[in-house]
Design a protein around this ligand. Structure first.
Ligand SMILES: Cc1ncc(COP(=O)(O)O)c(C=O)c1O
Length: 374
């Protein structure tokens, strides 16, 4: 298999551990291990204490799958397949669903593997472009026109990376319908679910709405435990999960046993875990409102409706690549230029899941005030 470089991940490989402040990270401030262990109940504390470092069940620890299933209305443990992060879920699912001659539709700009893996396995990909002028909304008429008799997969991601867009319920239902009519599987990348600014905007999980819809989840984002590398696919079509499980024998075989127990602890304490994430993200979003008010004319954005990231635009005469390079040199603050998504607008991704956001924003404002934004 030949696959194009993952631009965003290559950028992070270069910068993530070399800068003082990541003002573009998509995950939420990671849980300290000791704090997580303090949340264990008697059963999970014993599982942790007595853990043996052997192989685990390839579909995922039964208790973990049961706990993941409890996130959904209609799924049970057998409707869940545990993967190495969301990334393996994407890679394996797309690999088993698509091949040469097949067609997929994927929202764009977006997380590159959601369309790059499809290309790499020989499928034709139609990017469904989201536009700032429409609030980054999905265009249902355009989507309908993109469906062909060969369309096997439609991919959406909500809350969306990088824009923070969350479709309204009617739009979501229409996308589910369009996929059904086209005979396609709909993959809903829900890794930022639970971080909707207004909880009333939370969409139902894909797995709960129809059998042809697959949900993708992960511990990395809303659950703030990216280092576990635990993700999952949820589907009521078990033949899909079975095919992915067979594929997984060639990638990771099974999960890391410590990670499975830690994820189980985190999921059993999900109210505490999610309340912490929501509080970090919502406080930071308030701080960013101030930034955009102070720099009207230089910075503008469609305020995210969910997630931990947004996609602001920089004033046209400031080149976003140059600006980001100067900022990281001057202040050690990292932004992610939209060019890493292949996006031509003068946008950058800003992340608001990290606790050092006020310090990072202060650095950004110092840089703007020093003349870069004058
Ligand atoms: C939309 C989306 N899907 C999937 C992933 C992959 O998640 P993980 O790194 O936890 O595997 C990411 C990570 O940034 C993402 O933003």
């Amino acid at each position: 298999m030949r696959i194009a470089d993952f631009e965003l991940e290559r950028y992070f490989a270069r910068w993530e551990f070399a800068v003082r402040h990541l003002l573009c990270a998509s995950d939420v401030e990671a849980w300290p291990m000791a704090d997580l262990l303090a949340l264990a109940d008697d059963e999970t504390a014993a599982l942790w204490r007595d853990l043996r470092l052997g192989y685990t069940e390839s579909t995922g620890h039964p208790l973990l799958r049961r706990e993941i299933a409890a996130l959904y209305e209609t799924a049970d443990a057998d409707d869940i397949l545990v993967t190495a992060g969301a990334e393996e879920g994407i890679f394996a699912l797309v690999s088993v669903l698509l091949g040469p001659g097949d067609h997929a539709i994927v929202t764009w700009p977006g997380y590159q593997s959601l369309y790059e893996v499809a290309r790499a396995v020989g499928a034709e990909v139609a990017l469904h472009e989201l536009h700032e002028a429409d609030g980054w909304a999905i265009d249902l008429d355009a989507l309908r026109r993109q469906v062909t008799p060969r369309t096997r997969l439609i991919v959406i991601n909500a809350p969306h990376n990088p824009t923070g867009m969350v479709p309204g319920r009617a739009t979501f239902d229409a996308v589910v319908e369009i996929a059904a009519e086209g005979g396609a599987i709909l993959l809903c990348d829900e890794v930022y679910r639970y971080l909707e600014v207004d909880e009333a905007d939370r969409l139902p999980a894909g797995v709960d709405v129809a059998r042809h819809v697959v949900s993708l989840g992960v511990m990395s984002k809303s659950f703030a435990m990216a280092g576990l590398r635990i993700g999952w696919l949820a589907s009521r079509d078990r033949s899909i999960l079975d095919r992915v499980a067979r594929f997984k024998a060639y990638t990771t075989i099974c999960s890391s046993s410590p990670s499975e127990i830690l994820a189980l602890i985190g999921l059993r304490a999900r109210e505490t875990v999610l309340a912490r994430s929501r509080s970090i993200v919502l406080d930071n979003l308030g701080a960013l409102d101030g930034l955009f008010e102070r720099w009207v004319g230089t910075l503008s954005w469609v305020r995210p409706r969910g997630g931990s990231i947004g996609f602001p635009r920089l004033r046209a005469d400031l080149d976003v690549d140059r600006f980001s390079a100067d900022l990281v040199e001057a202040e050690g603050v990292l932004l992610l230029p939209g060019t890493r998504f292949g996006h031509p607008g003068n946008h950058f991704r800003i992340g608001f899941g990290r606790s050092d956001l006020p310090v990072a924003v202060a650095g950004l404002e110092r840089h703007l005030a020093s003349g870069a934004g004058g």
